[in-house]
Design a protein around this ligand. Sequence first.
Ligand code: SF4
Ligand code: SF4
Ligand code: SF4
Length: 223
Amino acid sequence: MSADQRLIDAIDELLPQTQCGKCGYNGCRPYAHAIAVGEADINQCPPGGEAGIRSLAELLGRAPKPLDPSCGSEQYQPTVAWIDEEVCIGCTRCIQACPVDAILGATKLMHTVIRDECTGCELCLAPCPVDCIYMQPVEERVPTQAAVTPARQRVMRMAPRARQRYEFRQFRLERDKAELAEKRRQRKEALRARDQADKKAAIAAAVARVRAKKARQGQVEGR
Ligand code: SF4
Ligand code: SF4
Ligand code: SF4
């Protein structure tokens, strides 16, 4: 493992793993990579908040700085998503958007959020075509520490599990993609084999017709 990978791992360990993208990157690890290579600053993660910035500053030997307001603001109260099942049309768009598979449901059936797995990333809100997903406050069970918001306490407590669920989801999506590609390849192969068999059969039939014709001509000439 290169030193850079170790640095990226160390930075990633300090991030909340909600994969919300508010830092401007497609998840926590891409943001960790961007910090490690000097492309991103340490103050771009609203779920990590001021305490997160302090821990990144300490790791990297830099001075802490206020959260970049263009990335959003730090939330005090933790929230989880809630779906109004009376309104939900079962389109599954929220399931596709949730990075930690915290939504249960199937096509044309109502959907439900698993509250204990929801990191509050809000990524399911925008894709819902009927706006039936709401963020609701949730009590944080971890005792309050000084200078750390309950929202940060919750996301950091959930981070190891959120990372696991996110990685499993990535693995599952890759596996499903590979399986689909393999099915398509097999279908294409079967069609090609059928085409070849059809062509062979057509040629064999044509050859048989020609032979039969020649045989008939031979019989006529032999008379
Ligand atoms: S939790 Fe922080 S680092 Fe992770 S994607 Fe969200 S803003 Fe970026
Ligand atoms: S249910 Fe919504 S808010 Fe909760 S983790 Fe999934 S996408 Fe994020
Ligand atoms: S995106 Fe909205 S309507 Fe579609 S399944 Fe999710 S909650 Fe229901």
